[in-house]
Design a protein around this ligand. Structure first.
Ligand SMILES: C=C1C[C@]23C[C@@]1(O)CC[C@H]2[C@@]12CCC[C@@](C)(C(=O)O1)[C@H]2[C@@H]3C(=O)O
Ligand SMILES: O=C(O)CCC(=O)C(=O)O
Ligand SMILES: [Fe+2]
Length: 340
């Protein structure tokens, strides 16, 4: 059973309500665990993971490196930018005019790439690179464990078919560190600003961890923004667009956003698990059974999907462009439904 944990959040917006966020205890008995993971992915596309076995020192070391970088003067940080797409960025998100109240580091998760870009980020680039690689390795393991549970719970024959894509040397996974500065002006009442606008993540799975400051919200099936209470020792998992396609829509990628209305800075570290660029994405064979259950999506490579992603705005529903039967009203409604 999915165990909802109570939410209590300082952050509210026009349409929010307190509700349970599913919690997955990775130390649970395996067959029950895989069913629980599938249920959480189906019902929410989002859950919290506890008992993940990631050493807290690994998390603390990356947090420290991030804090050190973001505390530098702007002119120093800008030497690691602009993020196109990798490196240091601020205010601008992506290439198409999206903005947010944040600064960030976006890194490819490949070890060689980490070593290279670290030279522009840190004075002690070897230390920075070691810490990032170490974090990526452990968080990749958590991701692969969850993907293996998904496959098991769905009854897919190839038991490591999804995790293999993430372990692949050519996996296109990325790591992002977001820093949301505290609000300088103390607002009377509840005035939110957008740190990171509403969107779904394009990849397979997202593993997010933040410091003890709230801000993340997920958009529920009921059409409400649900605040996610921070939990610095655990991870939050989000279903991405690619996993939605691989499950033929059984799972749905979760829309989310980050608000900044606190007096404290928020820092999040996010691993986006993606397959290699040339990997063909299509529903898993077990997820289609024609004629009554045809594939809802056309097959496409991750490179093609990424190209579409980067040609659109943050809040656009890019998956509509890859539906098997595309109708014109979907095409026009794919744009900017959730801008905020
Ligand atoms: C506006 C954009 C930023 C983004 C690329 C995009 O064109 C649309 C999706 C955005 C997103 C969201 C999840 C993480 C991220 C790295 C990704 O793969 O897609 C970001 C991209 C970005 O910040 O460059
Ligand atoms: O910082 C956060 O909590 C969420 C940011 C986000 O959704 C992203 O970087 O894709
Ligand atoms: Fe996201």
């Amino acid at each position: 059973m999915v165990v909802p944990s109570p939410t209590s959040s300082k952050i509210t917006s026009n349409k929010t309500r307190a509700m349970g966020i599913p919690t997955i205890d990775l130390s649970m008995e395996r067959s029950q665990l895989s069913q629980t993971v599938v249920k959480a992915c189906e019902e929410y596309g989002f859950f919290r993971v506890v008992n993940h076995n990631v050493p807290k020192e690994v998390i603390a070391r990356l947090e420290e490196e991030g804090a050190e970088f973001f505390s530098k003067p702007s002119h120093e940080k800008r030497r690691a930018g602009p993020a196109s797409p990798f490196g240091y960025g601020f205010t601008n998100i992506g290439p198409n005019g999206d903005i947010g109240d944040l600064e960030y580091l976006l890194l490819h998760a490949n070890p060689l790439s980490i070593a290279q870009i670290s030279k522009t980020i840190a004075n002690d680039s070897t230390k920075f690179s070691t810490v990032v690689k170490e974090y990526v390795e452990v968080v990749k393991e958590v991701t692969c464990e969850i993907l293996d549970l998904v496959v098991e719970g769905l009854g897919v024959a190839d038991k490591s078919g999804l995790s293999r894509l993430i372990r692949d040397f050519d996996s296109d996974s990325v790591l992002r560190m977001n820093h949301y500065p505290p609000l300088k002006v103390k607002w009377k009442g509840n005035k939110n600003s957008i740190g990171f606008g509403a969107h779904s993540d394009p990849q397979m799975l997202t593993i997010m961890r933040s410091n003890d400051v709230g801000g993340l919200q997920i958009y529920t099936r009921e059409g409400l923004w649900l605040p996610v209470p921070p939990d610095p020792t655990n991870f939050f998992v989000m279903v991405g667009d690619v996993l939605q396609v691989m499950t033929n829509g059984k799972f749905m990628s979760v829309r989310h956003r980050a608000l900044t209305n606190t007096s404290e800075a928020r820092m999040s570290m996010i691993y986006f698990a993606a397959p290699p660029l040339d990997w063909w994405i299509a529903p898993l064979p077990e997820m289609v059974s024609p004629p009554e259950n045809e594939s809802v999506y056309k097959a496409f490579t991750w490179a093609q999907y990424k190209e579409a992603t980067y040609s659109l705005r943050l809040g656009d529903s890019r998956l509509d462009l890859f539906r098997a039967q595309i109708d014109t009203h979907l095409l026009s409604s794919s744009q900017s439904q959730f801008q905020c």
